[in-house]
Design a protein around this ligand. Sequence first.
Ligand code: 6CS
Length: 365
Amino acid sequence: MRITGHWLPFLAILLLSMAGCSESESTSLGKATPETTPPEYPVTWRFALEEIEGSVQHAYAQALKESIEERSDGRILLDIFPYGSLGTSAQLTELAKNGSVQLAFASPGHLADQIPEVGVFTLHYLLSDDGNVNRQLLASPELLAMFETPYASRNLKLLAFVPEGWMTWTANKPLRSPADFQDLRIRTMTSDMAAASYRAYGAQPEQTPFSQVYTDLQLRKIDAQANPVFAIEEMEFYEVQSTLTIARPTQFIASLVTNRDWYQALPEKQQQWLDSSLKEVAEIAWRSQEELNQARLKTMLEGEQLKVVELTEEERAVFAEASQPVRQDYINATGERGTEILKRIQQLVETLENQAPESASETGG
Ligand code: 6CS
């Protein structure tokens, strides 16, 4: 299943005009509920996804819905809006900022134009090859705290980083070395940082919304794109590309955000329900992205829909080397705070790798 995006802006405008119209006015408009006034239940929170039904984000949202509705005994209800029902990733972030939706996914690959620090997750060959190390890194309260101020500067509260599997490349040829990227028109997510990594390989990146990728590939406006396996299958990119290259340059990482004022004004009990459910769901989400990525690769292989090329460690090392200058771009864009984040991630990866036995999987974590 895929979607086309020309009507997405109209839905986003509709939602923008509905800002704050969720079922319980007292708790969803970012106005603090006075201690003495008990909240009116049930309260409905809207949750906007950057991915369609059946995706990793959808599995996460369903698990969160189940958890919070059960934990709150039906006082909190979650209304899930899969990609295609509201807007592009950038528009969803706006909807979260202005309180039209209470929860939204905002992937660093799109968000880095607004919050440059988060662009660190678009850098190649920075994270560990061990999926479990990355999982622990992304759940680290210390790491989340480092992003608090950058997100707050956009009136957003970062609730979680959600790893969704390794980024893989599709094209109509194998992409074994930077030479294969020369002048390749590869679609990347919309931020400049997301594009920079591919420019370093010699490509001509095209920064476009997710909903446009299939058509652009079909019409040969672009030659290639990057995404985790599950997304390539569900968005049917395999129909218009011949080869999947597994180079494991980085994980696809999403961030879960809410409006900061809204979160701070939540009655204490509701904040606790949300925080506890987020903790519970993190583990489920990790397992479901692994399963989904593996199952979808199997489906595409069985259907002989794509030729799969996995790079050797030597081939990956050439890309890792070529990607190094982009770290300076990141530092230039983020200054002291970004430099600190980059350094700390490198240290945490090293520490966690020394503690953990190797357990990476090919397509998932
Ligand atoms: O490539 C993109 O734009 C999208 N890819 C995924 C896997 N999730 C959301 C994101 O917007």
